[in-house]
Design a protein around this ligand. Structure first.
Ligand code: SF4
Length: 173
């Protein structure tokens, strides 16, 4: 578990924004919806977005450009219901906004969550930015802790976790 925590200090485990791979593609014209600049193909680790400042790496599924603004897009394999986006989905998207900001040197104003039944724009505002930075700080504070126990009883979370193969507490079977 210790090695997992060390790894978690440089990548954002809790946000599942990990080990995503960008392949730079020619810009694709999406008509009134803008241009697709990048797509995550899962093939080129060298194209990961990396922030030394925030000890963060990863990337969204897509980056769109609309009216001159870069918009990170995360696809979700579920329907959005009346409860709205999960906090983890908002934080994951926020991490992607931060990474795009770091790379571009320009403010990212919002990201987009793309569900099976709709898309939702999420403002990357001060409140979400503060929550993200607090989450990153909490993860990094765990880096030197010798052991941390699993904090949930959910096998499905472990099934969706990128670190289940290295985790001694995984419930994924
Ligand atoms: S496999 Fe499960 S317990 Fe282990 S880090 Fe992932 S979510 Fe947490």
């Amino acid at each position: 578990m210790t090695s997992l925590l060390v790894l978690a200090s440089v990548v954002l485990v809790a946000l599942a924004c990990l080990l995503r791979v960008y392949a730079k593609l020619p810009a694709v014209d999406l008509g009134p919806f803008g241009r697709m600049l990048y797509v995550d193909t899962g093939q080129r680790a060298s194209d990961l977005l990396v922030s030394e400042r925030y000890h963060l790496m990863g990337g969204p599924d897509y980056i769109l450009e609309e009216q001159g603004e870069k918009i990170p897009v995360e696809r979700k394999p579920r329907m959005l219901n009346h409860s709205g986006p999960l906090e983890s989905e908002r934080l994951q998207l926020a991490a992607c906004c931060l990474l795009v900001e770091e790379r571009e040197g320009r403010t990212v104003h919002h990201g987009r969550l793309q569900y099976q039944n709709c898309s939702l724009d999420v403002p990357f505002d001060d409140a979400l930015r503060r929550k993200l930075l607090a989450t990153l700080a909490a993860i990094q504070a765990c880096a030197d802790v010798p052991d941390v126990r699993r904090s949930h009883p959910s096998p499905s979370r472990c099934h969706g976790c990128d670190f289940r193969a290295h985790c001694t507490e995984s419930l994924a079977r």
